[in-house]
Write a protein that binds this ligand. Structure first.
Ligand code: HEM
Length: 220
């Protein structure tokens, strides 16, 4: 326990927690986008509802969900603490011209900070719209109906499309920063990581953006 506290107290410890939790959240996105692709199946939402029911009733998935929320909280807390520490020490850093701080990561930090805040805001709104009613609502609607009704609202759909744009931005920079913190974004692995990153910052966000667009423009 003492070792963990010492690790957390160190700057690199918090950055490693941020990177590992962020990369773990990327794996969630693969599962989440795959399950939601069934929205496009033309069977009136039957398969989507079955998949959603399986996901919400399977014990292993429910346990993974707890880990997921721990990952989200760890990522957010470590992100906010690292950001605050950097922000508080900013004037000193500008004057001293610290070489270590003059890395691509720090040059990307303001953009990462903005996209982090917006993705965090999106997530809270998303859980309030979909997750809370499904899990805690008195009479939850079938998931397909809930999603299709929500996305027939142009304001919500456009908000989703913009938010997913910020998610793409966050993932593009966060993914590479995560590997950089772990010491893996070096010459040997860089091209592999860059190629793999495309799945996260381009393909997955495009698939997510297609969902509100589909209900707004093609299904109504
Ligand atoms: C744009 C298309 C999306 C759709 C249609 C969608 C749909 C849903 C639905 C229906 C739920 C509730 C599932 C349940 O409780 O069984 C849910 C939960 C959740 N969504 Fe999304 N989602 C989308 C995008 C996203 C994005 C981009 C993120 C992350 C940035 C995200 C993160 C989450 C999380 C963390 C949960 C709670 C955990 C879970 O139930 O798996 N979702 N989503």
């Amino acid at each position: 326990m003492n070792k963990f506290i010492a690790f957390w107290r160190s700057s690199i410890g918090k950055k490693i927690i941020m990177s590992l939790s962020g990369l773990f959240l990327c794996t969630f996105l693969i599962v989440h986008v795959s399950a939601n692709l069934f929205l496009f199946k033309r069977d009136g939402g039957e398969t989507y509802n079955e998949v959603a029911h399986f996901m919400s009733s399977n014990l292993a998935i429910r346990i993974t969900e707890v880990v997921l929320f721990i990952g989200i909280v760890a990522h957010m807390i470590s992100g906010v603490v690292v950001w605050m520490k950097n922000w508080l020490s900013r004037p000193v850093r500008y004057e001293m011209y610290n070489l270590k701080d003059n890395t691509p990561f720090s040059s990307r930090r303001p953009m990462l900070t903005t996209s982090s805040g917006l993705v965090g805001f999106f997530l809270v709104s998303h859980l309030t719209t979909f997750w809370i009613p499904t899990r805690f609502g008195a009479e939850p609607k079938p998931p397909y109906q809930m999603v299709s009704e929500a996305f027939s609202d142009p304001v919500l759909s456009i908000f989703y499309i913009i938010a997913v744009g910020f998610l793409a931005f966050h993932l593009k920079h966060g993914f590479q920063s995560g590997f950089q913190t772990l010491g893996l974004n070096n010459k040997k692995y860089k091209s592999l990581i860059d190629a793999f990153a495309i799945i996260f910052w381009l393909i997955i966000p495009l698939a997510f953006a297609a969902m509100p667009a589909y209900f707004l423009w093609f299904k109504s």
